[in-house]
Design a protein around this ligand. Structure first.
Ligand SMILES: [Zn+2]
Length: 337
């Protein structure tokens, strides 16, 4: 492994390889949203720090320390991570590590302590204050968090914060084809588009069979708007939003897409096949257009605006159900005109 084995984050890699050659501080915090690969970068940084011959690309991968680290048997790298996934780190584990770092390293010239701050209470973070302020010369802390502002301020102030930035679409596509086998290029493109620069999200979307269900459910909802009553919208139809509250962002994107596809079919010239995102939707959109001639390009445009209004409302934490209901009612009013 070397930094070049990790895709993206070029500036960060440059900085980490400089730091690995001569670290400026004893304590680093890598921060960025969940799914950005913070732990992979932290591991790679740790390896570059314990390596006997680190270069511009990080660890050499060949020396004794690199080999032991790859095998997972290097005692000079300590990890403060939950014993079970999703659980909190225990106080005892923190105390053990604090005792251990005082002892000189066995193989490398350094001892590295990797810390998952997201699974550590404030009280336990406090235990790290002394060791990070006045650590033995050979110790370096590499901490990771997806909630940097929640890390106790005293720990933040004595650490260098290195931020992971959103990935480009091309980088996410590269990560997906690297990690996933047998996933179609359509599926990859869709996952990239919905990932908002987050490779972790892209990977779970590409593997999520429910995602295409959600897409279909959203199209069903939009096409049903003129048929159903106002009451039904605020009860049954609202269920799509309440059942998938954690995926509200995806639903809004899918609503805009569904409306855009309907618009494309509406304005398509005769005998020209409209270029819509999901070919399979064409027959039912065509049926909808012929059944509801009152749905025009402007009513569709105003419906897209209603979805955008909903997005802004949710961004400022407006009441979720009320805002989603209001948006659907606006679309119904447009379609019923
Ligand atoms: Zn090495």
């Amino acid at each position: 492994m070397a930094f070049s084995d990790l895709i993206g984050q070029d500036k960060l890699k440059e900085r980490l390889s400089q730091e690995a050659k001569s670290p400026h501080v004893a304590s680093y915090i890598l921060s960025g949203p969940e799914g950005f690969g913070k732990k992979s970068f932290a591991e790679e940084f740790a390896m570059a720090l314990i390596c006997e011959n680190p270069g511009d690309n990080g660890a050499c991968g060949q020396c004794k320390c690199c080999k032991y680290m790859k095998e997972g048997t290097l005692p000079d790298v300590l990890r403060l991570v939950p014993a079970e996934s999703g659980k909190q780190i225990k106080a005892e584990a923190v105390r053990d590590v604090i005792e251990d770092i005082i002892i000189s390293p066995q193989f490398s010239s350094r001892k590295i302590c990797l810390v998952d701050l997201d699974h550590m209470t404030e009280t336990l973070q406090n235990l790290l204050l002394k060791p990070t302020e006045d650590p033995p010369k050979h110790v370096i802390f590499i901490m990771t968090t997806s909630a940097y502002p929640k890390v106790i301020s005293t720990l933040r102030s004595r650490s260098v914060n290195l931020v992971l930035l959103p990935y480009s679409d091309a980088q996410i596509a590269e990560i997906l084809s690297d990690r996933l086998e047998g996933v179609s290029s359509d599926k990859i493109n869709e996952a990239v588009e919905f990932s908002a620069g987050n490779p972790g999200k892209a990977i779970s979307l590409a593997q999520d069979p429910l995602f295409s269900d959600l897409k279909d459910d959203v199209m069903d909802l939009i096409l049903a708007v003129p048929v159903v009553s106002y009451t039904n919208i605020l009860t049954e139809k609202l269920g799509l939003f309440t059942d998938n509250k954690d995926r509200a962002d995806d639903i809004l994107i899918l609503m805009v897409r569904a409306l855009e596809d309907i618009l494309k079919v509406k304005v398509a010239e005769k005998n020209v096949r409209p270029d819509i995102r999901y070919e399979a939707d064409l027959p039912r959109i065509e049926r909808f257009i012929s059944q509801y001639p009152n749905v025009t390009a402007s009513t569709i445009g105003r419906s897209v605006a209603a979805v955008e209004e909903l997005r802004s409302a949710l961004a400022v934490n407006a009441n979720y159900e009320a805002s989603c209901g209001a948006c659907l009612l606006k679309i119904k009013k447009e379609f019923d005109k």
